[in-house]
Write a protein that binds this ligand. Structure first.
Ligand code: SF4
Length: 350
């Protein structure tokens, strides 16, 4: 992860509000599966949850945010939005929390709702954009188009909110080209950070029925990693931090009972970083033109596990691809992250 991404990493106190404020069910979504919290009315009082989380905060984590996730925050009635924000704001007033964040649909960002929240210490707003492709948006029954996302980001920028965008790959009707085109459109809007989720078939989602009837085929894990990697690299080039790739592992997702099919992996982000490291190593080896059957690769210690890959996968790939007998990985903290130095461990090399 880059330093830019880390700067977006506050200590989060999550308040899950599964499907609260959702106008309907988007085909891919089942927040109860994702959050492990059953859908119900927003809690009467969130203070107990906040207090419990504050006991986990370590001194190292400086910035603290209360986060309302799992629904369409600004789709709820004004009185509930204001009550939840007021309870969270008490913690900001007393200095125990720095600010508030929430996730909401792009089509809920309008002047009236922004007026409801303007007196509360909301810093970050995450938009569930998912795609900028009109075909994908209508097939997944989002109920809004790309223009709403453009307008929403424009409004939020004017008011200086920190803006996050959630994107998905592998949605029905999506293609690698459409995913890239979506990402480019989003990058042009210059949000502050991105989350990328590969579509998985969640048990309680409408997509589950499509999948069972054979009307939807999810991406393979390999293809999902490839597509997410391409999006990650695109945003990196545009200097936009990608703070998460893949669903957060939860007990329910881990048990496998909630994911019917699709590219779910508890360490999805790690798989993407490993692919990127592998590509870098391959390029380095090819350009070094070493005449040897034994090499060592030096990387920053923080890159060692990425380059190794899960269960040594990348090392095995490199051995096979270049006919190496040994590939030694060495940590070298004089190197910057993502820097790779390849050398021969035999004297007959050039
Ligand atoms: S994607 Fe967002 S708006 Fe759609 S059902 Fe899920 S939480 Fe609600």
């Amino acid at each position: 992860m880059t330093a830019t991404a880390n700067s977006h990493k506050p200590f989060i106190i999550p308040i899950f509000l599964p499907h609260a404020g959702c106008p309907h069910r988007c085909v891919f979504c089942d927040q109860s599966s994702i959050t492990g919290v059953p859908s119900k009315r927003p809690p009467k009082d969130i203070r107990a949850q906040i207090e419990a989380f504050l006991t986990f905060k370590t001194a190292r984590r400086k910035r603290v945010q209360i986060a309302f996730f799992g629904g369409n925050f600004l789709g709820m009635p004004a009185d509930i939005i204001k009550r939840l924000l007021a309870e969270a704001a008490e913690y900001v007033t007393t200095g125990r929390v720095n600010s508030i964040r929430f996730s909401t649909r792009p089509d809920t960002i309008d002047l009236q709702r922004l007026d409801w929240i303007k007196d509360f210490p909301v810093k970050t707003i995450e938009l569930g954009v998912q795609s900028m492709d009109e075909q994908v948006l209508s097939t997944t029954r989002r109920g809004h188009g790309a223009a709403e996302t453009e307008k929403a980001i424009e409004h939020l920028k004017k008011l200086n909110y920190e803006i996050g965008v959630q994107l998905m790959v592998g949605l029905p009707e999506d293609t690698p080209e459409r995913a890239i085109a979506s990402a480019l459109q989003v990058a042009r809007l210059k949000p502050d950070f991105i989350r990328i989720y590969p579509t998985v078939v969640l048990a309680g989602s409408p997509l589950a029925a499509w999948y069972r009837k054979g009307n939807y085929v999810p991406l393979s894990l390999e293809e999902a990693v490839r597509q997410v990697k391409n999006l990650y690299l695109l945003f990196k080039k545009k200097n936009i931090a990608v703070i998460r790739m893949g669903l957060q592992a939860s007990e329910d997702l881990e048990k496998g009972s909630r994911v019917l099919a699709g590219p779910y992996h508890p360490a999805f982000g790690h798989l993407v970083y490993s692919e990127i490291s592998l590509d870098l190593a391959v390029a380095q080896i090819e350009s070094s033109a070493l005449n040897t059957d034994s090499i060592s690769i030096r990387v920053n210690s923080r890159d060692v596990s990425k380059l190794r890959g899960l269960r040594n996968r990348n090392i095995e790939i490199l051995k096979k691809k270049f006919n190496f007998e040994t590939v030694l990985l060495k940590a070298d903290d004089t190197l910057a992250q993502d820097q790779i130095i390849v050398s021969s461990t035999h004297s007959n090399s050039n």
